[in-house]
Design a protein around this ligand. Structure first.
Ligand SMILES: [Fe+2]
Length: 403
């Protein structure tokens, strides 16, 4: 049985399991195997690995190890605690979701075209014109201030063949939402969002056999893929009008706090704040996306994995702020309610445990139900969220119900 254990509680004879999810190794301990002596344990501690998984069928068990189920529950509670420390006044919406959705839909589609066109320009050797990206960053920030749920909804609706463009746009949306929560200075956030829109532009220079490979990349192919961050940096540097902040987002979004990232292996404070925020947004979008070779995680599972990556990989402060900014049940989550109905989260409320939901499914009859919107925050509303589920397990296509 797989169990989770604090690295400090490891003992020789335990079998460390290497759980790789979505191409991202959970704790970067690439090798799995039996712990032979104290030296191995000390080296894991030295590398900043706080927790890892052991397989109790292959090695010694421990009363300090907890089951995966218990570990997930613990993370759930921690996420709820983090979200509940947020300040409600940070969530003021000046426009209704339905009103903002019209503007946001237009913006979102224009942003996809913009990124697409910039990629074509770069592929044909031309440089990127900054002005439309600056305008788009302004528009995203304004839309998020009016009502962040509109762009958040749109970023949950994906077409499988458009990943590169959608990912660039989504990271910019998430960066805008995080920046709004953190009350970042507008001029600085503007540079961050501009950089986010173009953070992966260098991927267009990666050979198609690597970029579009439907299977897991070999080590050699992964090395080629890693070059995209430097390519993105160089593409932006070609135009003197791009700020250093935007360039940092592009150049450093795959760096990790423990120095095990790429391209430079920068550590801790050597990584700019903008890149640390961008990597939170980048990872969240990447692991929630359906790709040819893996199924996207639910938003809630993504937040749990990101909690585990805090410290050696991701900046804890920005992960916690991100959770507060998008909520415990991010827009697009499929949830089970206490009345046995299934609903999709469509709007975050100041109490992030009680969002606006659209009821779409009846678990008793296992069929779709009359669609209705419910605000779980209203005083007279008795319903609460009991579980987060994967809509695919019930044959539900959320995009049919999000807008
Ligand atoms: Fe990237």
């Amino acid at each position: 049985m797989l169990k989770k254990i604090a690295t400090s509680s490891l003992k020789p004879g335990m079998y460390v399991a290497n759980i790789t999810q979505h191409g991202l190794s959970l704790h970067e301990h690439e090798r799995e195997g039996r712990i032979k002596d104290q030296t191995t344990i000390q080296s894991l501690i030295k590398r900043g690995i706080k927790e890892l998984y052991i397989d109790t069928d292959l090695g010694v068990d421990s009363p300090d190890a907890i089951t995966l189920e218990a570990s997930e529950k613990k993370l759930d509670t921690k996420i709820k605690d983090i979200a509940q420390t947020s300040e409600p006044e940070r969530d003021v919406k000046s426009t209704s979701l339905s009103k903002e959705l019209g503007k946001a839909t237009k913006l979102h589609s224009e942003a996809l075209d913009l990124v697409n066109n910039a990629m074509s320009s770069v592929k044909s050797g031309q440089s990127v014109d900054i002005s439309p990206f600056e305008d788009m960053a302004d528009n995203f920030m304004d839309s998020v201030v009016r009502n962040q749920n509109a762009l958040a909804c749109l970023s949950r609706i994906r077409k499988k063949d458009d990943y590169l463009m959608e990912h660039s746009v989504n990271v910019a949306v998430l960066m805008s939402i995080l920046g709004k929560y953190l009350k970042l200075e507008r001029a600085y956030l503007h540079q961050c969002v501009t950089g986010a829109l173009l953070h992966d532009i260098g991927k267009i220079l990666i050979p198609d056999r690597v970029l579009h490979k439907p299977d897991k990349l070999t080590e050699e192919e992964y090395d080629i893929m890693k070059r995209h961050a430097t390519y993105s940096q160089k593409i932006l540097q070609r135009n003197a009008r791009f700020s250093q902040v935007s360039i940092n987002v592009a150049a450093q979004h795959h760096e990790r706090l423990d120095g095990k990232g790429y391209p430079l292996g920068l550590k801790g404070d050597e990584i700019s704040k903008e890149a640390r925020m961008a990597s939170v947004a980048d990872i969240y979008d990447a692991i929630t996306a359906d790709r040819v070779y893996h199924k996207g995680m639910t938003p809630s599972n993504a937040l749990k994995r990101m909690m585990e990556w805090c410290g050696p990989h991701l900046d804890t402060h920005y992960v916690h702020s991100f959770i507060k900014a998008i909520g415990v049940y991010p827009v697009g989550s499929f949830v089970k309610l206490s009345n046995d109905k299934g609903a999709v989260v469509i709007e975050k409320n100041p109490d992030t445990l009680k969002p606006h939901v659209k009821v779409i499914y009846d678990f008793k009859t296992q069929s779709h139900t009359h669609v209705s919107v419910l605000n779980l925050s209203l005083e007279h509303c008795q319903e609460r969220i009991t579980q987060v589920l994967d809509p695919n397990d019930y044959g539900i296509k959320l995009k049919d119900f999000m807008l």
